[in-house]
Each structure stands twice: as C-alpha cells, then as structure tokens.
Design a binder for this molecule. Structure first.
Ligand SMILES: [Zn+2]
Ligand SMILES: [Zn+2]
Length: 306
C-alpha cells in the first residue's frame, strides 16, 4: 500500500490513512504536540522530568520531548527509578544509559537502596504480608516526589497512552477508586500540596502507535519483564477492550474523549465533596493525610526485620 500523503511505501495503516515512515512520525508528533497545546501541559521555560523506565513507551516520550525541547523552549531530563530487581531493571537501565549517551540527554537515577536502605528483591524476602506491587508502587511514588523536588522540576511527564488510560479508568471504576478517577486526564492533579503536575503527552496516542514510533526511530529496548508482575484483571480488561475495538473501531478513543469531556464536572464535584487536608509526614515531609506517610511506614516495618 502507498502512503496517503506521498509516493512512498506505507508502514502503518490506521483504518483511514496509510503512512510512510516520514508521515507516520510527523503525524504522531503533531498529535502529541497538539495534546500539549490543547491541555496546556507545558509552559515555555519549564524544566520537564520524564519518568523513564527504559521500556519502549517512556524511551519514546523522552526521545520526543528532547527532540522538541528547543521548539517548546523547555529543559528535558530523564528520571529513572532503580528498585533493585535483578535480571530486569539492570537490563533496562543499561539500555537507557546507552540511549541517553547517544542522544545527549541527562538521566538522574534514584535507587531504592539509597533512600530505603534496601533493594526491592531483598525487601520482599523480609516482608511477606505486603504485595510486591504495593511496596514498589508506594516507594516509587515517594521517590518521584523526592526527585521532582531535588531536581526542581516544573512538570513530571509519564508515557501513559490511550489504551493504558482506558484500562485504568475501567479498573478504577471496578475498584471504586473515585479519587483516582477524579485525578485523571492528560494533566494529573486535583489535590494541592507539594506535588508537581504530572503530564501525559501521549494521552491520545494508541499503544500500537507508540510501539510503531519506537520501532521506526530505532528505540526498541531489549526484552525484559518484571518477575513480580501480577496484573490479571488489567490483562483481562485489556483483551476485552481489544475485542470490542476490533468490532467497533475507535472504541478506545471515543471512550477517552467522552471521559475527558465529563472530567471537569467530576473534578469539581470531587473537590466540593471531599475536603482533603494534606500535611507533611513527620519523618520525611511527604504530603499525606496521616501522621507518618505510607512510604516511611513500610520503610520502618522492613527495617525492623533487617
Ligand atoms: Zn508519506
Ligand atoms: Zn514519610
């Protein structure tokens, strides 16, 4: 098939148009730029940290924002969290560092072992009651907050795509997680306090498009999978959504567009009904509704067992 916009051979078909490599990349980047503009994700002069795991999605986001750094007049750095998972994290960290050297991008690495005095692998041997994703998620969020403060970031960008977002919304509805639903959208944040805005420039870009962008730009990382991953419900929901999408094209996109349309009302409603009073954690100053934040609580429980 030929590209719908020139005479080149096409590499991607979205159901409507065919794209050659050049036109695919151009269309992809324009979509992300228009999300940034429409939702005011970035302002000139911002220092933007990209949360980068080393996987294809976050590497693509870092590559894209760095490419448009001058155009957007922003400073772009990568923030990488090393939980200490042997045979997984080290593979992606190595790939990321090689990528950043090639593209001349500054990467800051934050390690669990530096801030919580233990690698995730070892913490999980000591703490059997908590799930691996619970410890990892709480500590990761804390470390991102810490990094944002230390690096004086104005925005933290994450690579969530359209398909991820639809799955998350459905999971949050299923789990009754109203706060996370209200926090959604291309720009995350509803509670004030000490958090910096989290932005998602790939919000309206599909998983398939991000994968294609990574491949076409030679950004595809080596295969590595987290050994602790248990995401049965998300997996089921993902498959179910793809099944619907194959019958009703653009189901994900329409779902998300309608969700964003309703989101202003949801946020307003949530703010009115739920008064959240955040105060700094007694030990680390992390904004929390409790006396001691969850990250410190877990750290204390585990250090008792060390
Ligand atoms: Zn073309
Ligand atoms: Zn704390």
């Amino acid at each position: 098939m030929k590209c719908s916009f020139c005479n080149e051979k096409s590499v991607y078909f979205d159901g409507e148009h065919a794209y050659c490599k050049k036109h695919f990349i151009e269309n992809f980047e324009n979509k992300a730029l228009s999300t940034i503009e429409k939702y005011n994700l970035i302002e000139a002069g911002d220092k933007v940290g990209v949360a980068v795991s080393g996987g294809k999605d976050s590497i693509s986001l870092l590559y894209f924002l760095n490419k448009y750094g001058d155009y957007l007049n922003i400073d772009v750095v990568g923030v990488h969290i090393d939980e200490g998972i042997a045979g997984y994290r080290n593979i992606l960290t190595e790939y990321l560092l090689e990528f950043s050297r090639r593209n001349n991008i500054k990467i800051y690495i934050y390690k669990f072992s530096d801030y919580f005095n233990i690698k995730l692998d070892e913490a999980l041997k000591l703490e059997k009651k908590l799930k691996s994703c619970t410890i990892c998620g709480v500590w990761r969020r804390w470390l991102m907050w810490r990094a944002a403060r230390e690096l004086k970031l104005d925005k933290l960008a994450t690579a969530h795509n359209l398909n991820d977002e639809v799955q998350t919304i459905i999971m949050n509805i299923f789990e009754g997680n109203i706060k996370d639903i209200a926090k959604g959208g291309p720009k995350v944040g509803i509670l004030d306090g000490d958090f910096i805005p989290r932005i998602k420039p790939f919000y309206f870009i599909t998983e398939k498009e991000t994968t294609t962008y990574a491949i076409l730009n030679g950004l595809y990382p080596p295969w590595a999978e987290c050994p602790y991953i248990v995401n049965q419900i998300r997996d089921e929901i993902r498959k179910w959504l793809y099944k619907i999408e194959s019958k009703y094209p653009n189901f994900h996109r329409k779902f998300l567009e309608r969700f964003v349309y309703a989101l202003d009302r949801i946020k307003e409603d949530y703010r009115k009904k739920e008064k959240v009073n955040l105060k700094p954690c007694r030990y680390c100053k992390y904004p929390t509704t409790r006396d001691v934040c969850r990250a410190c609580e877990i750290k204390l429980t585990i250090s008792d067992k060390m």
